[in-house]
Design a protein around this ligand. Structure first.
Ligand code: ADP
Length: 264
């Protein structure tokens, strides 16, 4: 039996297809979020990856910022619950999840069973989110996926003192003009995101083990800076950006199982 979780974010649409609630058989990440054709495309690519047709899906749950606008799902579940569920499935030993997406950052504290005990969120300010990194990458004429390779080259990360994205942008431009190495600027930019995420995590109360989820987790520059700032190891999976979609797919499996039980 196949279930689909679709995470419709502000910038990206992601799908996870599970077989029998245990095995990931199809995934997709499309760099277009809510209000675009990103969700339809992510669905199409996810189905192609799994090698199945939409009619073969037993149940679909949508999550993320645009979850209420996806009428091909039978239900929806909040991003917080889905991230907690997805992370607990992959890393049952994780108690703190630092999720940085395209326009917000959240820290979730989980108990042994993966239930969310506390969370804090920054959705007011672009600094400390993927958007900040996207804008800085554009200024530096780099692809978002190149930030990590630049960051690791740095021996002397530049200090980015502005707390506001707009001011930080002009700071980066003037440091570039003054001859600061691009890799040092990238390392400084990653560090500034890490500092904000760590302060959010401290407000939530850090309990080891700690993991990162969301698209920004794919950036090793941010992960490394975060480990240094926090002083603990950050657990990471290649499917970090898919944790919400994975959680949604697991919820979809629960729903179909419980409706099958009721029908018996
Ligand atoms: P949302 O759900 O809000 O759309 P995501 O969790 O999908 O956000 O994260 C999107 C962010 O992930 C982007 O803003 C970008 O900064 C970052 N990102 C996406 N792909 C990569 C990549 N290959 N390497 C590093 N960062 C990435």
């Amino acid at each position: 039996m196949y279930t689909l979780g679709i995470d419709i974010g502000s910038t990206t649409s992601k799908c996870v297809i599970l077989r029998d609630g245990t095995e990931i058989v199809g995934t997709s990440v499309v760099a277009a979020g809510t209000g675009t054709d990103g969700p339809q495309l992510a669905l199409k690519e996810g189905l192609a990856d799994a090698g199945i047709r939409e009619e073969e899906l037993a149940y679909t749950i949508a999550t993320g910022y645009g979850r209420k606008r996806f009428d091909r799902a039978q239900g929806e579940v909040s991003e917080l619950s889905c991230h907690a569920r997805g992370v607990h499935f992959v890393f049952p030993e994780v108690h703190t999840v630092i999720d940085i997406g395209g326009q917000d950052a959240k820290v979730l504290v989980l108990n042994e069973k993966g239930r969310m005990m506390n969370f804090v969120m920054n959705d007011k300010c672009a600094a400390g989110t993927g958007r900040f990194l996207d804008e800085m990458a554009a200024i530096l004429k780099l692809d978002i996926s190149d930030l990590e390779t630049e960051a690791v080259k740095s021996k002397n990360p530049a200090a980015i003192s502005s707390t506001c994205t707009v001011f930080a942008e002009s700071e980066v431009i003037s440091q570039l003009a003054a001859g600061t190495d691009r890799c040092d600027l990238v390392a400084g930019i990653c560090q500034s995101v890490a500092v904000r995420a760590v302060s959010l995590a401290r407000r939530a109360g850090v309990k080891e083990k700690v993991c990162m989820s969301g698209g920004v987790a794919r950036n090793a520059g941010v992960r490394n800076a975060m480990e240094k700032e926090l002083g603990v190891e950050i657990v990471y999976s290649d499917i970090a950006q898919l944790m919400g979609a994975l959680g949604a797919s697991l919820y979809a499996y629960d729903n179909i199982k419980s409706s099958q039980k009721k029908a018996q």
